[in-house]
Design a protein around this ligand. Structure first.
Ligand SMILES: NC(=O)c1ccc[n+]([C@@H]2O[C@H](COP(=O)([O-])OP(=O)(O)OC[C@H]3O[C@@H](n4cnc5c(N)ncnc54)[C@H](O)[C@@H]3O)[C@@H](O)[C@H]2O)c1
Length: 330
């Protein structure tokens, strides 16, 4: 059965419907009539054979190294050669890389065509696919070229996560813990009362946790769809995470976010803006799920990378610091 979690309004005429349900049972209901071209993550295809759901499916390589203009160009070419037009609906099935890439291709092909997403990693379900940001990496920088382009729908199917390698699963959990800290104290408690094995083993529990995390992001994005203010609280832990990711490939994005969240929490503790009890709960929970709590890079190395990133992107450093569990004072 399909459960509608939220409708995020971007403009008066564009919104994204966020749905939880089985892809095999509900995808057909969400797709518009007319031509649909699906781009499917190669690893997901090998494991779940989802291309059989869409007559026109193109299997594409996944992984961060493919989130670039070369692959985007291949997708544009594929659309041109197959005579896609402005009415063609695109569908992205895969992890965050495929979601970001297909969103970008849809946003730019013929000045924009409609699209939907079926995120297949935990990180993509709770974060990457939600919120209308898409893009590719360039010149060694992440998401340098991109757009805000809301999907028509995002369909999250928890059963697809059963094949996710444990490390990728943990990576998604880091973003969920972040969501719990900034917007849902009960979700934080749910994580404290369970562990990795129970979450992976009980689909209904996982679906509840996914739905709650998604709800936190949807509420914030709904109030600030184009990141003019409040939405930046979703970047908790990310300033450090991006610095870590620019210096080493030893950590997944989620692992870097976990380390960054702890650094932000310690900074809050030093400034006296979070209680020692909440700070301890955050550190304990991150460790409970087997996520790293620290990295080998020195503070100096990280601060230098943060400055460099700031210059490259002309964005302020803008650290987001937690002030407690379940809510953040912006
Ligand atoms: N647009 C946004 O707002 C936003 C937010 C957060 C992250 N992101 C982006 O998301 C990307 C990271 O996403 P990710 O962690 O999903 O990485 P990913 O897309 O690279 O997927 C990780 C790996 O898991 C595989 N995979 C996908 N689904 C699977 C499944 N069900 N079973 C087994 N394997 C599966 C993929 O093929 C890949 O090898 C980054 O590029 C990041 O910048 C975007």
């Amino acid at each position: 059965m399909m459960k509608i979690l939220s409708d995020i309004q971007f403009t008066r005429s564009s919104s994204t419907r966020i749905v939880v349900g089985s892809v095999r049972k509900t995808l057909a209901e969400l797709l518009p009539k007319g031509r649909v071209v699906a781009f499917v993550d190669a690893e997901v295809e090998a494991l779940h054979n989802l291309s059989e759901l869409i007559p026109e499916s193109v299997v594409i390589p996944a992984g961060e190294e493919n989130k670039n203009l070369e692959l985007a160009t291949m997708l544009w070419q594929e659309l041109i050669e197959s005579k896609a037009d402005r009415q063609t609906f695109l569908l992205g099935i895969g992890g965050g890389v495929v979601c970001d890439l297909v969103g970008f291709v849809a946003a730019t092909f013929m000045r924009g065509v409609r699209f939907g997403l079926v995120p297949t990693t935990l990180l993509a379900q709770v974060d990457a696919a939600i919120g209308g940001k898409c893009g590719v990496n360039m010149g060694g920088y992440k998401n340098m070229v991109g757009a805000f382009a809301p999907a028509d729908f995002v369909l999250c199917d928890a059963s697809l996560l059963s094949t996710l390698p444990e490390r990728e699963f943990r990576s998604g959990l880091a973003e969920m813990i972040k969501a719990a800290i900034i917007g849902d104290g009960e979700l934080f408690t749910l994580f404290e009362q369970n562990d990795l094995a129970t979450l992976r083993g009980k689909e209904a529990l996982l679906e509840e946790a996914v739905s709650r995390s998604v709800a936190v992001k949807c509420a914030i994005v709904g109030r600030d769809p184009y990141e003019k203010g409040e939405r930046r609280i979703l970047n908790l832990g990310h300033t450090w995470a991006h610095a870590i990711e620019s210096l080493t490939t030893d950590y997944t994005h989620g692992e870097a976010v976990a380390i960054g969240t702890i650094r932000a929490t310690r900074e809050s503790l030093q400034r006296g803006t979070i209680s020692a009890e909440d700070a301890e709960r955050i550190e304990r929970l991150i460790a409970r799920y087997g996520l790293p709590t620290d990295c080998t890079l020195t503070d100096e190395q990280l601060r230098e990378a943060i400055q460099h990133d700031k210059k490259a992107t002309s964005e302020g450093i803008g650290f987001v610091l937690p002030t407690g569990i379940g809510g953040i004072e912006n």
